[in-house]
Design a protein around this ligand. Structure first.
Ligand code: PMP
Length: 355
């Protein structure tokens, strides 16, 4: 090893789901939305003034921040935006998790949390979910330097009731508590109403799932103005212009269309419930997911083998080999009705042949 290499910040990066370059496939592996973005997004894209790309974008992202604030009925100074919620979450780790005490998050959860913690040298403790993959507020009543969890949790899809979330916040008034609501629009109850009551709460959401804009990278945090200010101070110390002009325009157009958002999320919820019903008939076991995916295993079938065989049929789902507690499970994103019918047809034949 060269001398300089001793001082490299060595990290093990997060591994995102595959983005295969295949013409015809059923892609149920990265929790994307199967429906196109709201019609206004195409219009906004056609209206892009290419000449304006000479100029830097608005560093305060006013047009988008204002639309997000209007949608949720909060002040413009209560909204922080980033390049996907991954960017928002990374900024949150950097800004608020700065204690010698460990940050708490579940042992089975979004696998980016421990990556950020390790990279930023933040101590952390992973709190085991119970055997049904549920979070218990009681387990978060211990000394810590911050708390973060997704609701619904990923990759399990389990929703924590608002009363339990409030119990976690109440037990942790001296640290920042972050609720990552990437999947909240698929039937969950948001913790947003609690931000007025608790000055240490941040709610993070994204345009990647319920607003069909994973390809544009828009995430946001909503909190009280003081927390948002702290977050912006760190962000502007890092890079003033993270969101480009085109993305700002597309995001603003997207969130203006409430009817389309409600229609497509309702459609995904219906398809999810149909898929649950069909998987149950085939003997799969899973929790009552309130997200746009189902986390399921079959008692007589290897999760990994099914994952590989689905892939050979150009049907992509997600399989996690770590931790071993979840290595029999598949995380199946909800596609269109036709995609889910094809998925179920394949799985039905597979189960009948292999059990
Ligand atoms: N939080 C959770 C729980 C997620 O599953 C994801 C999606 N990978 C994200 C945050 C980040 O999503 P994005 O950066 O696309 O907003």
């Amino acid at each position: 090893m060269s001398k300089w290499e001793e001082n490299v910040r060595k990290v093990v990066p997060y591994t995102p789901g595959e983005q295969p370059k295949r013409e015809k496939m059923i892609k149920l592996n990265t929790n994307e939305n199967p429906y196109p973005p709201a019609p206004g997004v195409s219009e906004a894209l056609r209206g892009v003034e290419v000449d304006k790309l000479r100029l830097y974008p608005d560093p305060v992202v006013y047009d988008l921040v204002h639309e997000i604030a209007a949608f949720y009925g909060v002040g413009d100074d209560q909204v922080f935006t980033g390049v996907g919620s991954d960017d928002v979450l990374a900024m949150i780790f950097l800004t608020f998790f700065n204690s010698k005490k460990p940050v708490l998050f579940p042992d089975i959860t979004y696998s980016f949390y421990d990556v950020w913690a390790k990279m930023l040298r933040i101590p952390y403790e992973q709190i085991p979910l119970d055997e049904t993959f549920c979070i218990h507020a009681e387990d978060y009543k211990r000394e810590n330097g911050g708390v973060i969890f997704p609701n619904p949790n990923a990759p399990t899809g389990e929703l924590l009731p608002l009363s339990e979330i409030e119990a976690i916040i109440q037990a942790n008034r001296d640290v920042v508590v972050v609720v990552d609501e990437a999947y909240i629009d698929f039937g969950g109850e948001s913790a947003l109403p609690l931000i007025d009551q608790y000055d240490n709460l941040i709610v993070v959401q994204t345009f990647s799932k319920s607003r069909s804009l994973a390809g544009s990278r828009i995430g946001y945090a909503i909190s009280n103005p003081k927390l948002i200010r702290y977050l912006n101070d760190v962000k502007y110390s890092f890079n003033s212009y993270t969101m480009d002009r085109i993305t700002i325009a597309l995001g603003a157009a997207s969130i203006r269309d409430r009817a389309y958002f409600e229609e497509t999320t309702a459609k995904i919820i219906r398809t999810r419930e149909w898929t649950k019903q069909e998987l149950r008939k085939l003997g799969f076991v899973f929790g009552d997911s309130k997200s746009n995916f189902i986390f399921a295993k079959h008692p007589e079938i290897s999760g990994e083998a099914l994952f590989e065989d689905l892939k050979k049929a150009d049907i992509y789902v997600r399989h996690f080999s770590n931790p071993s507690r979840i290595n029999e499970y598949l995380r199946i994103s909800i596609g269109t009705d036709e995609e889910m019918e094809q998925f179920i047809t394949f799985v039905r034949e597979y189960v009948n042949k292999n059990r």
